[in-house]
Design a protein around this ligand. Structure first.
Ligand SMILES: [Zn+2]
Length: 420
């Protein structure tokens, strides 16, 4: 068994943490920002120092490739993202890039024989924090392979037209041009030149830590649906209008939300997760009874039948009035559970066993570039346990040792794939 090197891993983890260092333990590193440019430059410098060839595609995804013994063999790629959310942590995304770099560095340093070229890749704009949506780069590049219902949300021209949430004018296309990392369209990852993709990511939940484990062998990305629940009331003066006559859309939404939780919880499926994270209210004035409220509902589970059951409960909200307000359900989008390639999942499992690494099978509740790549190429993921399950925040942490162990698992899984 081959192993990733702890000292090399620590050096990379702590160096990348300086690019966008927000001063309190985490980073803000929006895609294509000056901080992300620093991360890309460091990636390029390290990869060139081991003799890798650097390419970029028209979405500024970066590819560092070392040759294998067979010049005609397809590449095996390891990839994740180097951008973060605002005040994010030092592991989400970048750990997958560091892991990919480490596999190449270990292969070169230890002279590990391999047939296929090996590529470390950075996907552009996974978080979509500055240029929404999340998964912008992989959504556009994998678009020809995605199911219509998903692909329509990631059309190339729409992605290029995405506007900065900060200045509301700069488009993603302009940011690409200005980045200095825009390359040729023909350099995009594709199934003709690439055999398989691996992605390491932090778990972003507490399951592995609670089980006393370091690594998750990821079998799927959970299916989900997303709706907006809308309530229509009547605006009136907060001081003059008697309570009995009101159609208060916020009160209606509150009642409906509690009803939703009660009914969904009756299904008694603890692994089902659902969230209302966004609320809008009109006119949002403290002296006016709200005449319009809507809230988001995001529901995730592996089983499509259970998701259908939950959707039925959600749709039933519109069959009645809530505090004399009309309710409407507006479907936004949904995706089926994406299962990773069974053979690759098997290699990851074998590698974890052979290394004596404490592991278990796990699902991904979060979306990742790998879920779109999976429609195009055999793809799989490896999770490193997250301390306290925290992510998308500055205290996000995984020890250097656990990160290194996850990379050792990927290194050996990649070599199994190489030896096929
Ligand atoms: Zn991520």
């Amino acid at each position: 068994m081959y192993k990733a090197d702890l000292a090399r891993m620590s050096e990379k983890i702590h160096t990348f943490a300086t690019f966008g260092d927000a001063g309190h333990g985490g980073i803000t590193r929006y895609s294509l920002s000056p901080e992300a440019q620093q991360a890309r430059a460091y990636f390029q410098k390290r990869m060139e120092s081991i003799g890798a060839t650097i390419e970029t595609d028209d979405f500024a995804c970066m590819y560092a490739t070392i040759p294998g013994s067979d010049p005609d063999a397809k590449r095996i790629v390891m990839a994740s993202h180097c951008d973060s959310v605002k005040n994010g942590g030092n592991y989400d995304g970048i750990l997958g890039v560091i892991g990919a770099m480490e596999v190449l560095e270990a292969v070169v340093a230890d002279g590990i024989p391999h047939k296929h070229p090996l590529t470390a890749m950075i996907w552009t704009n996974e978080e979509g924090s500055l240029y929404p949506p999340a998964l912008l780069g992989s959504g556009a590049i994998c678009n020809p392979y995605l199911p219509e219902a998903i692909g329509k949300n990631f059309k190339e021209e729409d992605m290029l037209a995405s506007k900065s949430v900060l200045d509301k004018t700069t488009t993603f296309a302009e940011a690409l041009e200005a980045s200095g990392y825009k390359g040729a369209r023909e350099n995009r990852i594709n199934p003709d030149q690439y055999k398989a993709m691996f992605e390491i990511h932090i778990e972003q939940g507490p399951i592995l830590e609670e089980a006393g484990l370091d690594v998750g062998v990821v079998s799927c990305v959970l299916g989900m649906f997303n709706v907006r629940v809308r309530f229509y009331g009547q605006a009136a003066h907060a001081g003059t209008f008697p309570m009995a006559y009101r159609q208060d859309a916020l009160y209606a939404a509150s009642k409906a939300l509690i009803y939703l939780h009660d009914e969904i919880d009756k299904l008694d499926r603890p692994e089902l997760v659902y969230t209302t994270g966004e609320v809008s209210i009109h006119p949002c004035v403290h002296t006016v009874i709200p005449d319009y409220v809507d809230f988001s509902l995001d529901v995730r589970h592996e089983d499509p039948e259970l998701l259908a059951e939950v959707l039925k409960i959600v749709n039933s909200l519109a069959d009645q009035e809530w505090a004399k307000c009309r309710c409407e359900i507006a479907p936004q989008w949904n995706r089926d559970t994406v299962y990773f390639d069974k053979t690759l999942v098997g290699y990851v499992k074998e590698a974890a066993e052979e290394l004596g690494c404490k592991h278990q099978y796990i699902n991904s509740g979060a979306g990742h570039d790998a879920q779109f790549a999976a429609y195009m190429l055999p793809t799989t993921m490896i999770f490193a346990s997250s301390e306290k399950g925290l992510s998308h925040c500055e205290p996000e942490h995984t020890s250097d040792e656990t990160c290194t162990e996850a990379v050792s698992v990927m290194l050996n899984a990649v070599l199994k794939c190489d030896a096929e």
